[in-house]
Ligand binder design. Structure first.
Ligand code: UD1
Ligand code: UDP
Length: 385
């Protein structure tokens, strides 16, 4: 029996955990129970629309531990997460701790585990914006540097880790085929002092492929908003760098006004953004419809039917790319550089350049079977034979 603890706490992490839990179930059904899947919710996100809606939609089990860390300053929130995760890890003593992405829950979980000398597997390792003013950049760099398994979504992510001295790389950094880790001849040598870098692709693509048909069948969002068949844009905005400074927020929203020129803009607003916008000079025009955050299936239907996405979300940049919806990223840089290179995404400062989408390019983020590859990597690295 292999015991794996997953640490999640923020919206995109519930979404990323879903395919991983599904892959564990699949492996257990095929082999008899092999992996014990323990879920820890740090409580970083807690509103229904930021947390439980994803558990309900994906049928994710009730977490074994709910730490109720809540909101606060970075130090306060990360500190509470670290301390509470440590208690869980001491009592569970797992074989592997899984952390996802780049939030404070990721960092708190990774530090707690590594100080207990427990191996950490980082899903979405190797991303870099090269902007250390972003809290996420600090979180991902520190997490990568205490991880044992670096599970990268792309070749670019592998390249960043190589530049930082992590040169124990499987398959020359190319996406590993499904059965690669169980083929004879591939030694898996991963340790805290010798972390293993593997390109497994992006679990968010697994989720999208799983969800498209379900979303089409079940989502009523277009009818509820009375926008079926209409031309509309979709907007999301929540990054600290865009919401903490009212001037930056106003600059971005003025850009949105200009680009939309009266067209309907559906804006499911993160609670952080809702709290700040009322204190700024910006007033939404009649065309901008601010709504509560929506569930994943509704978001997919909104995105699929929009003629343009404007966002500072990492997840939505890739979802726009996979669905071939033009996207303007409301940031000065992006980690998901391939979406820009493909022509489907453009940074807002470069908006004057036309979108030039290219057809038929490779999918830079894997083949939609990332979670299975992750579980195989964990099994092989724990068992070592
Ligand atoms: C966090 C992540 C960010 C990720 C985002 C996903 C960090 C540093 N940032 O940002 O990388 O893209 O989650 O959505 O971890 N709030 C509520 N209800 C909630 C959750 C938050 O009202 O359920 C409000 C609180 O006022 C809180 C603020 O939103 O202070 C920010 O929440 P927090 O979790 O600190 O950061 P996010 O902006 O959500
Ligand atoms: N999302 C959602 N409802 C919303 C906004 C976003 O389900 O109202 C999904 C989105 O499709 C993507 C994920 O949440 O899968 C991205 O989360 P977020 O933008 O909060 O974080 P990031 O990806 O930037 O870390």
């Amino acid at each position: 029996m292999i015991k794996v603890v997953s640490i999640v706490g923020a919206r995109p992490q519930f979404i990323k955990y879903f395919p991983v839990s599904k892959a564990i179930k699949k492996e257990n059904d095929a082999q008899g129970v092999l992996i014990k899947d323990i879920l820890v919710h740090t409580g970083q996100h807690y509103d229904y629309t930021m947390s439980k809606v994803f558990f309900d939609q994906f049928g994710i089990k009730e977490p074994e531990y709910h730490l109720e860390a809540g909101s606060g300053t970075h130090g306060g929130q990360t500190g509470r997460i670290l301390q509470k995760v440590e208690d869980v890890l001491i009592s569970e003593n797992p074989d592997m701790v899984l952390v996802y992405g780049d939030t404070n829950s990721t960092l708190g979980g990774a530090i707690a585990a590594s100080k207990l000398k427990l191996p950490v597997a980082h899903i979405e390792a190797g991303l870099r914006s090269f902007n250390k003013f972003m809290p996420e950049e600090i979180n991902r760099i520190l997490t990568d540097h205490v991880s044992t398994l670096l599970l990268c979504p792309s070749k670019t992510a592998v390249k960043h880790l190589l530049h930082e001295g992590m040169n124990n790389v499987l398959n020359d950094g190319r996406l590993i085929p499904d059965d690669y880790l169980f083929q004879t001849g591939h030694t898996i040598n991963a340790g805290m002092n010798n972390p293993l870098v593997i390109n497994v692709g992006d679990v968010m693509y697994d989720v999208l492929l799983h969800s498209l048909r379900i979303a089409e069948r079940t989502s009523q969002i277009l009818e509820q908003l009375d926008i079926k068949g209409q031309d509309f844009y979709l907007l999301t905005l929540h990054r600290a760098e865009n919401t903490d400074n009212p001037h930056k927020f106003e600059e971005i929203m003025n850009f949105v006004n200009e680009i939309s020129s009266g067209r309907t803009v559906i804006f499911p607003a993160h609670p952080r953004t809702k709290k700040v916008y009322k204190n700024t000079q910006w007033k939404p025009g009649d065309n901008i419809r601010i709504i509560d955050p929506v569930g994943y299936f509704d978001l997919l239907m909104l995105l699929r039917n929009a003629s343009l996405a404007m966002t500072d979300s990492g997840g939505m940049q890739k979802e726009s790319y996979w669905l071939k919806i033009p996207c303007i990223t409301l940031r000065d840089e992006t980690e998901w550089v391939e979406t820009v290179e493909s022509g489907w995404n453009v940074l807002y400062k470069d908006y004057h350049k036309p979108h030039a989408p290219s057809d038929g390019e490779e999918n830079y983020y894997g083949d939609g079977t990332s979670a299975g590859k992750i579980i195989h990597a964990i099994i092989r690295s724990v068992r070592k034979q």
